[in-house]
Design a protein around this ligand. Structure first.
Ligand SMILES: [Cu+2]
Length: 487
């Protein structure tokens, strides 16, 4: 099948040169219906990497308007550091991240009507130039100066964050993004996110260490004819385009037999990607930054908004292969295999265990909860809810530090919702279109289905949230606060 659908380098070059979409497998192979697959774009652009030195990574991130070309159109979008995607932050478990967030977004009088701790009436689009920072999936304190998402950083203000990454933190791929309630969807969709990679014992495995890293972030920027996005109508306009590192169908180059380590992030505000790489298996190391007990080879990998995965990919014979994102995204990137052969070993086997991810036995569970994601009222004042109520800071659930709980979450709507919780990952028991036993921080909650998982409220007291990672649902109320208290 791979033979049949491979498009030769020459053909690609010629067609790309002419600016014509290349024809799909069926068309080239003949016999089947003519299918048109859009052709490859430019070489994959990867954001600059900021690497911790001597246990410390200090970075300044500017939230600002930026003008650049996206998918052939000039846009003016909210950004980190003036591009479609923030820099990649790389540190080791045990390191400290000092992040200075400068809000250089335009002055906005409405910013002064926003309150840091939302009341129920605030579950609406608001504060598009107000921001803050969240380390998604990272096990750090939810209190200032760390991962306090209830802070507000108004235009012209600066916030100094300090995050101490625990020594036994699961090594893998995470991301950082804006999280001010009311502007999360619009800011993240516009590009206010970036990859964050935590290194640990897994990275010392020689075959993994030898693999060159690629950061691949899926985004869904939306903009109008002028290239701007300043309202929900634009944000939610029908459009299936998925950008990869701010590009349309970029090309990842590999040599035959080369193994690469891919750090995948779905940073879209609403779109799933279901990935298959033509003619190649995907060797999974981590889901949501959590290493598996041993590597696992998949044909298809589904990433809902907020999910990440760490993969090894070994290139086959020379050719051009499609990375398909499933329906409705279609082909999201290409892999071009060319050049001298390098027969690198593809690691298969055990991954170093992480103490934090010790399986949670039934006898360890001290409390169970049933909760429900739902909707309230009809348009135009549609709100999304947890247990029948849109978000408010006034009703945080109190949970003692060290509690181990089993949750059952039911989706009482006809939409799918990516369930995401801050600070602590959870171990799946059932549902969510994933294998029981995996550790995640974001899982699919399909329509009218339920998920079950167990989790430990370990190490950190303070107030944080769980919410829908379909980010406009979050802004419209599908979020709940938790206050972890000293017992
Ligand atoms: Cu949702």
């Amino acid at each position: 099948m791979a033979e049949r659908s491979r498009i030769t380098m020459d053909r690609r070059t010629v067609l790309q040169g002419l600016g014509i979409a290349t024809l799909g497998a069926a068309a080239l192979g003949g016999g089947r219906a003519l299918a048109v697959t859009p052709g490859p774009g430019p070489l994959l652009f990867e954001p600059k990497v900021e690497q911790a030195q001597g246990g410390l990574l200090s970075v300044a991130v500017d939230a600002r308007m930026a003008s650049y070309t996206l998918g052939g159109q000039r846009v003016a979008m909210r950004s980190y550091d003036a591009g479609p995607l923030g820099r990649t932050l790389r540190l080791k478990a045990g390191d400290t991240l000092r992040l200075t967030l400068n809000n250089q977004l335009p002055f906005d009088p409405l910013a002064y009507l926003c309150t840091a701790t939302p009341v129920p009436g605030d579950n609406a689009p608001r504060g598009f130039n107000v921001t803050n920072m969240h380390l998604h999936g990272v096990h750090v304190s939810p209190n200032s100066p760390a991962d306090n998402i209830l802070l507000m950083v108004r235009p012209g203000e600066t916030q100094h964050y300090v995050y101490d990454i625990p020594k036994d933190h699961p090594p893998g791929t995470y991301f950082y993004h804006a999280h001010f309630h009311g502007s999360v969807a619009l800011q993240v969709a516009s590009g206010m996110s970036g990859a964050l990679i935590v290194e640990g014992p897994m990275d010392a495995i020689p075959e993994i260490r030898a693999a060159e890293s690629r950061v691949i972030v899926f985004q869904t920027q939306r903009f109008d004819a002028l290239g701007v996005c300043d309202d929900y109508k634009t944000l939610m306009k029908p459009d299936s385009q998925v950008y990869v590192n701010g590009q349309v169908r970029p090309v990842v180059r590999m040599r035959p037999g080369e193994v690469q380590r891919w750090h995948l992030v779905n940073s879209s505000h609403f779109e799933n990607v279901t990935l298959t790489l033509e003619g190649h298996g995907l060797t999974v190391l981590c889901y949501d930054g959590n290493p598996l007990p041993k590597t696992q080879v998949l044909d298809t990998l589904r990433l809902i908004p907020g999910n990440r995965a760490d993969l090894l990919v070994k290139a086959g014979a020379p050719g051009l292969y499609r990375l398909d994102g499933g329906d409705p995204a279609g082909v999201v990137a290409y892999v071009e295999v060319a050049g001298d052969t390098r027969d690198m070993p593809l690691y298969a086997g055990a991954l170093p265990p992480v103490a934090m991810l010790k399986p949670i036995a039934e006898m360890e569970v001290g409390f169970g909860r049933r909760l429900e994601f739902g909707m309230a009222e009809g348009p135009p004042s549609l709100r999304y809810t947890v247990n029948g109520k849109p978000f408010t800071c006034a009703d945080a659930w109190s949970i003692p530090l060290g509690a181990v709980e089993e949750w059952e979450v039911y989706n009482h709507t006809a939409d799918s919702h990516p369930f995401h919780i801050h600070v602590n990952p959870f171990q799946m028991l059932s549902g969510g279109n994933v294998q029981p036993g995996v550790w995640l921080d974001t899982v699919e909650l399909p329509p009218f289905e339920r998920i079950r998982f167990r989790t430990r409220f370990a190490d950190f007291t303070g107030t944080f949230v769980f919410h829908c990672h379909n980010l406009q649902h979050e802004d419209l109320g599908m979020m709940q606060a938790i206050q972890v208290v000293a017992p």
